[in-house]
Design a protein around this ligand. Structure first.
Ligand code: NI
Length: 176
């Protein structure tokens, strides 16, 4: 079921989310299904449970390669509960991000270039991967939501924050 996506200003987006304690339950499967439907309907690259008002440490993300989105390399569809991120280098890269909870805007955000992430899928199966570039960026963005952090807080220079159609006229860009 497609759910409403909370927008910046809603206090529920600022909560520290709780860990998932039981896997492979009807409730968790229903949550993941709703998140997937909601992300697809919004054409997003990722979604975190608090964005639909559920304060649990669950994120989903995934991008199929699409030539319309040249900046978005393919990222495997992933369900990640209770994620733990470890950066693999000190290197940070700046790139433009959007968020379904901050519609119509983009900001330049520094993120770790390479990281290891681990957690569990909705069945409780461990997930562990190294990621870099856009994939690593999406994971960092989504996991920030679980600690109540929206990307504008990560922008170093607020002059590099604005409306997508003004910053990038004529381009179609995915939100995450
Ligand atoms: Ni977001």
């Amino acid at each position: 079921m497609v759910r409403d996506i909370l927008r910046m200003g809603d206090a529920r987006l600022l909560q520290i989310c709780h860990p998932v304690e039981r896997f492979d339950t009807a409730e968790l499967h229903a949550l993941v299904r709703d998140m997937r439907d909601t992300m697809a309907a919004a054409n997003g690259a990722g979604l975190a449970a608090p964005q639909i008002g559920v304060p649990l440490r669950v994120v989903i993300f995934g991008v199929e390669h699409n030539p319309r989105y040249p900046q978005a390399e393919a990222v495997p569809y992933t369900v990640l509960c209770n994620p733990v991120l470890t950066s693999l280098s000190e290197q940070m890269d700046d790139d433009w991000e959007g968020c379904l909870s901050v519609p119509g805007m983009r900001g330049l955000v520094p993120r770790h270039r390479e990281l290891h992430y681990r957690g569990f899928d909705e069945f409780g199966t461990p997930v562990a991967r190294d990621a870099s570039g856009f994939h690593a960026r999406v994971v960092q963005h989504e996991c920030d939501h679980l600690d109540g952090i929206l990307y504008p807080r990560r922008i170093r220079d607020l002059r590099q924050f604005g409306y997508t159609d003004v910053l990038f006229p004529g381009q179609v860009l995915v939100d995450d």
